[in-house]
Design a protein around this ligand. Structure first.
Ligand code: ATP
Ligand code: MG
Length: 243
């Protein structure tokens, strides 16, 4: 296989004395759709935050597109081509839908001007027509599912090669996932690498091709998603909690 787009080698994240992620090693290849599953407090978000440059690992190495990137801040990671849709979405509630999208494209707007974003924003509206209808509405007035669409759209406007999504399902009705997951699948089909963090193991394994299972800060299992979905140990450990 070619060199991975993203590689974590023994990455550990601490919060004071709490060891949130312990010696995490994982890879995402160009154009892959990978998930990290695991129950509450397993260390999934901490791992994504380390990749996004939001927290600094206390040990290990992170390589992206062949370069050592650990220690870089979040802005640098976005500029490198990694976008993160954080847990809880965090849209700018008082700003309009369109302004939230413009903010997502700020790196490109800085280089080429806001007008250059028009085509990119229209592509997001093609993907999520509900956002187009609500483009002048305050983001805070959107439903949870629509806010998730906006958060994903905002992430896409930084033109990432790797999109990381933390807990896409959080607080949403299962019906919304029936819509969001096919969109993610289509984006992946177009070549975008996606790293999806989920507590809902069955759903995550059904949409991704490969997955890592996290437990108490460590990766405990990994493999093709279909294989993990059929593994009684995965089912036993996680599905009960995820249901
Ligand atoms: N800012 C923080 N300060 C202190 N401890 C933290 C902080 N963030 C996370 N932790 C702790 O680190 C551990 C891992 O948390 P993390 O958020 O990475 O888990 P998670 O797998 O994303 O869980 P969830 O599915 O509930 O989102 C937990 O024990 C959590 O309490
Ligand atoms: Mg989390």
């Amino acid at each position: 296989m070619s060199n991975p787009l993203l590689k974590l080698d023994g990455v550990s994240v601490n919060y004071g004395r709490i060891e949130a992620a312990r010696a995490v090693s994982l890879e995402v290849h160009e154009g892959e759709f990978v998930s990290i599953i695991g129950s509450n407090g397993a260390g999934k978000s901490s791992t994504l935050k380390a990749i996004a440059g939001v927290v600094k690992p206390v040990a290990g190495a992170i390589t992206y597109a062949g370069k050592q990137v650990h220690g870089r801040g979040p802005h640098e990671m976005v500029a490198c081509g990694i976008a993160m849709v954080p847990e809880g979405r965090y849209v700018f509630a008082d700003q309009t839908v369109e302004d939230n999208l413009i903010l997502g494209g700020y790196i490109h707007a800085q280089r080429k001007g806001v007008a250059s974003l028009r085509g990119d924003i229209d592509r997001i509206y093609d993907l999520f027509s509900r956002l187009k209808e609500r483009r002048l509405q305050a983001a805070g007035s959107l439903s949870g599912g629509e806010q998730q669409m906006l958060a994903i759209g905002r992430g896409l406007l930084s033109k990432p090669r790797l999109l990381m999504i933390d807990e896409v399902s959080l607080g949403l009705a299962p019906k919304v996932l029936d819509f969001l997951f096919p969109v993610l699948k289509e984006l992946n089909r177009q070549g975008l690498a996606i790293l999806l963090v989920e507590q809902l193991a069955v759903q995550a394994l059904s949409v991704t091709t490969r997955a890592y299972v996290m437990e108490n800060g460590r990766i405990t299992m990994s493999g093709p998603s279909a294989q993990l979905a059929g593994n009684p140990a995965v089912m036993e450990a996680y599905l009960g909690k995820a249901a």
